[in-house]
Design a protein around this ligand. Sequence first.
Ligand code: IPD
Ligand code: CA
Ligand code: CA
Length: 258
Amino acid sequence: MMTMRQYLDAAMEMAKGAGEIQMRYFRMPTLESETKQNAFDVVTVADKESERYIKSYIARHFPDHGIIAEESGADHSDRDWRWVVDPLDGTTNFSNGLPIFSVSIALEYKGEAVVGVVYAPYLRELFYAVKGSGAYLNGRRIHCSAKTDLARAVVATGMPYDRAVNPDNNLAEIERVVCKVRGTRRLGSAAIDLCYAAAGFYDAYWELNLQRWDVAAGTLIAREAGAIVESIRSDRNHSLLAAAPGIFPLFRQLILPE
Ligand code: IPD
Ligand code: CA
Ligand code: CA
């Protein structure tokens, strides 16, 4: 039986290895991208190669674990130990030469995240957490913000891929928020967004219609840093609000009015 520290070390090694692959392709003039569900949803060779690398690492070191990975789906995902992997979160940024992208790797035991790692290779930011042991950025403990005043809050969000066809596209929420807070950001990697809420770089972050690989690691990291993370829709995949406890109730009211 391995310790949580060993699982964490393995997740960090995989994240750094995938990050190296991504840096080899980043801003390469010949990098091509393909579209998936629609023109807004892209994938590159770096996504696929990162995922292949992570999956083969898991197969070699943890042959009895299951995997859910974005580009290739589920393998034995009913097993007690299961890795949830987004090999490259922020592909729109990556394929356009913007440096905010990451690798997101969570290990779940019986459906609950116990290890989470998010690595942003260009920014050289490695966020990680083990359940019950706090959250860290590059070896330093992180804590969510202590703010309580919406007017001083810097917040972030995203726009769902189905925004052109689904009226629940976050525009009404953004309109309500923008005039009430100090700053509103859209950086483009949900995994980094959750980690920035964890570290207090944002005071709140919300987004609709994410997938489990976008949020599995970042949610654990945010909670371990003291943030509250809750679902804000029952019918839109993973739709969540992550915020510091002093901001959460006010912000929740703003984006979910009675
Ligand atoms: C996307 C990013 C983005 C979010 C999208 C996600 P991908 O992940 O996390 O910030 O707004 O909804 O799908 O496609 O780059 O892995
Ligand atoms: Ca993603
Ligand atoms: Ca991805």
